[in-house]
Design a protein around this ligand. Structure first.
Ligand SMILES: Cc1ncc(COP(=O)(O)O)c(C=O)c1O
Length: 331
């Protein structure tokens, strides 16, 4: 399957020296937050494939969905504008008076946006199908990308990323005992897991849920992986799903809900390493990984590669959490 070229080359792998010393492990990060600027983060790897399929199907419009601060939605809008495609977002929540972060960028880029309150958003798949029919009546062919581009075709992006990591590991002469990522809609994890299963190296992949149970994500990842294998790789290899490993105990109160401990951790790592992890995805997942290392859960692993999947534009709504003068207790 052909893909578009939307990423700025191979993303670097670097060691978090001070955090590593503190934890007594080698903690590396793969900087997928540097895949681009407007199109930065993990989603653009998936979109290289999803949008290639949209173009191959001669789509004129792309419809996709997500939370108000969806990084995926913002990356999709930027990429569609670059490619000359129209784009319609279906976002969960009421239209806020003040638009910030990813949503501000969506509006600057001129995306069409439908805001659906949470209850209505439960039916977002049918809503997107209905939109597609509406565009068809206007003579426009629309291509639908599901939440997070986490489906069979988008998954190919992180299968590629696994292969990229293998090559980098070889060139850097570093063996990674484990690869770790945040799990929001499951596509990043699924692609890496599939890459691992199809490789000689078979590096174990651990995902940290940012909202949702391990069981939910295990079955979602299995479905995504089999869609990729059946529909895109046309492979008869049986993928062993027994090693799918998704931890849900650090998700806190749920998706996009943070707490003082996680914010303190994000601030601490930022001050130590000069790198921002966000409260919704990467900060939560890295927090979980570091907690588990401290609790002795990864004694057999010496070098761990954490995928920094981006998310800096989603920081806006959390601004007050980062002001020391505001007590989180009084929020
Ligand atoms: C910055 C960031 N990191 C991680 C994730 C999780 O990736 P996935 O949806 O592929 O599980 C997302 C999106 O959900 C994201 O926007």
């Amino acid at each position: 399957m052909k893909k578009l070229d939307l990423i700025h080359g191979v993303t670097p792998i670097m060691k978090l020296e001070k955090l590593s010393r503190r934890l007594g492990k080698n903690i590396y990060i793969k900087r997928d937050d540097l895949t681009g600027m407007e199109m930065s983060g993990n989603k653009i790897r998936k979109l290289e494939y999803s949008l290639a399929e949209a173009m191959a199907q001669k789509a004129e419009m792309v419809i996709t969905c997500g939370a108000l601060q969806s990084n995926h939605a913002r990356a999709t809008v930027a990429a569609c504008k670059r490619l000359g495609l129209g784009v319609h977002l279906v976002l969960r929540g009421d239209e806020p008076e003040k638009k910030e972060g990813n949503l501000l960028l969506d509006t600057i880029f001129g995306a069409e946006i439908s805001y659906l309150p949470s209850e209505a958003f439960a039916d977002h798949e049918n809503y997107m199908e209905a939109l597609k029919r509406t565009y068809a009546k206007k003579g426009l062919h629309a291509y639908i990308i599901p939440i997070g581009a986490s489906n069979g075709v988008g998954n190919l992006g992180y299968l590629d990323a696994y292969n990229e990591i293998e090559k980098q590991s070889h060139h850097m002469n570093i063996h990674f005992d484990r690869i770790v990522c945040a799990v929001g809609s499951g596509g990043t994890y699924s692609g890496l897991y599939l890459g691992s299963q199809l490789s000689q190296s078979m590096i174990p992949i651990t995902g940290y849920s940012v909202g949702g149970t391990s069981e939910h994500f295990k079955s979602k990842c299995k479905a995504i992986i089999s869609e990729t294998v059946d529909d895109y790789l046309h492979d008869t290899t049986t993928i062993d799903n027994a090693f799918i490993d998704i931890v849900d105990k650090h998700q806190g109160a749920g998706y996009a809900i943070t707490n003082t401990e996680q914010i303190a951790f994000i601030k601490e790592v930022a001050a130590l390493e000069g790198i921002i992890f966000d409260p919704v995805y990467t900060g939560k997942a890295l927090f979980g990984l570091c907690k588990d290392i401290e609790n002795g859960n990864y004694q057999q692993d010496q070098s761990v590669l954490f995928i920094h999947t981006g998310g800096i534009f989603g920081l806006g709504p959390f601004e007050s959490w980062f002001h020391e003068s505001i007590s989180p207790i009084n929020r």
